[in-house]
Design a protein around this ligand. Structure first.
Ligand code: IFM
Length: 459
């Protein structure tokens, strides 16, 4: 093995549990394209991205990485990478075009081919996310996640996918990052469906989590042996100083962005206005909801990108905290600080906070956007040493968390391919594989070679 194909602290793949899942991750709207193919319905991201001014350069996911048509070759490349797991999401409007009622068999056929013909044939475990933000537009037209009925439609859709793919999926993830769906989609309006309700977005938060609970119930009934979980995006929150006011601000933001999603799932409670300092209307939480939402899980997915720094609010700020720039030597193309130890910290913090209620954990996303440059030549190449360093340091952080007693079972690099980065469009490149959008060529980057080598292949 290449000497440098170790984590930053010298760990090798063999330093991690033998059955550890080493994977990579994508999401349907970000890579598939073929937005009008095979009976696929509209999603809120089709509408949003076709609304002028919403996405950088008015880009959209109509074509994206053309993965819907190139899927077998993409999975073959993934097999060459040497991963033993792949996290992808199913597009709800591809399977149930209007979100309820008629099922589109060609949509299910596609995911059946992904799982059976390609992933399992190559010995790659399918980790399937049911909802990575592409809500059918027809459901949004009836209120979207602000409407309780959407939670029930989500559970029905989960049952449809379970019936078709059930026994072959290694791990089911209900929702990806409910905090982002609710906060950016319904709170600030910078993501689809573009509603800026601020504190009123809590209805979306609750109905997303209720949808999770109902989907877990459906999956358990349909697939008694299934491994089921949810993925949250967590960020450790640091106070700017040790003052009581700054520490209180950090606790408030931690309650808003982390505990509002973790507590209901693991403890069956919301932190509430006393902890968040924000007057949330909890009237949408009905009797029995939290019991459903907190049904035991087999796995908890954690996506980590960066920590957050806050101080007490300044004059005129109505919030109980004020965001500050986190000091770091390096900032990504998303403007995020690079702080590898934050991954260890956030994993250990969950163990400390939730104890035995925390199920085994998987890092379902970890990765970095850097300004990659394609060098043409006999063999086109992309040298991305910053991504290699990022992966080495974050994989080491996972090892350190395991040393501290956290039961981590997997690590998934975000992302396999450069893809549609939501409101930022195609500029940020997160992939191990460079997507040359005009030609749809795939060019494995130096980080692909590094990960391949770490996983035991030749660089
Ligand atoms: O691209 C996104 C992904 O869809 C969800 N988690 C964060 C990634 C980077 O922003």
């Amino acid at each position: 093995m290449d000497d440098t194909a170790t984590a930053a602290d010298g760990r090798t793949r063999a330093s991690y549990p033998a059955d550890f899942l080493w994977g990579t991750a994508t999401a349907s709207y970000q890579i598939e394209g073929s937005a009008y193919a095979d009976g696929r319905g509209r999603s809120i991201w089709d509408t949003f991205s076709h609304t002028p001014g919403r996405i950088a350069n008015d880009e959209n996911g109509d074509v994206a990485c053309d993965h819907y048509r190139r899927m077998p070759a993409d999975v073959a490349l993934m097999a060459d990478l040497g991963v033993n797991a792949y996290r992808f999401s199913v597009s709800w409007p591809r399977v149930v075009p209007t979100g309820a009622g008629a099922v589109e068999p060609r949509g299910l056929d596609f995911y059946d081919r992904v799982v059976d013909d390609e992933l399992l044939t190559h010995g790659i475990a399918p980790v399937l996310t049911l909802y990575h933000w592409d809500l059918p537009q027809a459901l949004e037209d009836n209120g979207g996640w602000l409407d309780r009925e959407t939670s029930y439609r989500f559970a029905e859709y989960a049952g449809i996918v379970a019936e078709r793919l059930g026994d072959r999926v290694h791990t089911w993830i209900t929702l990806n990052e409910a905090v982002v769906s609710a906060t950016f989609g319904y709170g600030f309006g910078t993501h689809a469906p573009g509603q800026a309700l601020l504190v009123g977005s809590f209805r979306a938060t609750h109905h997303l989590l209720l949808g999770h609970g109902l989907a877990v119930q459906t999956l358990r009934a349909a697939l008694p042996g299934a491994r089921v979980g949810i993925t949250h995006n967590l960020s450790p929150v640091h106070p700017e100083s040790d003052s009581a006011a700054d520490r209180a601000a950090a606790e408030a933001l931690d309650a808003v962005q982390n505990r509002t999603y973790m507590d209901p799932v693991l403890l069956g409670t919301y932190p509430g206005p006393g902890a968040t300092g924000i007057p949330v209307d909890l009237s949408c939480v009905l009797d029995g909801d939290l019991e459903l939402i907190s049904a035991p899980l087999d796995v908890l997915g954690i996506n980590y990108y960066n920590p957050t720094l806050v101080s007490a609010p300044g004059e005129g700020n109505p919030l109980p905290f004020e965001l500050k720039a986190f000091p770091s030597a390096e900032t990504t193309d998303m403007g995020w600080p690079v702080v590898p130890d934050g991954l260890r910290e956030v994993l250990v913090a969950q163990k400390e906070r939730y104890g035995d209620r925390l199920p085994p954990v998987m890092v379902t996303e970890s990765g970095v956007a850097v300004p990659d440059v394609l060098v043409e030549g006999d063999v086109p190449s992309v040298d991305d040493p910053r991504r290699v360093a990022y992966l080495r340091s974050h994989i080491a952080a996972v090892g350190a968390a395991i040393d501290q007693g956290v039961d981590v079972r997997g690590y998934f690099v975000w992302s396999f391919l450069d893809n549609f980065e939501w409101a930022e469009g195609y500029r940020p490149r997160f992939g191990l594989v460079y997507t040359d959008y005009p030609t749809q060529r795939r060019i494995p980057k130096a980080s692909f070679a590094w990960y391949r080598s770490f996983l035991g292949g030749t660089p």
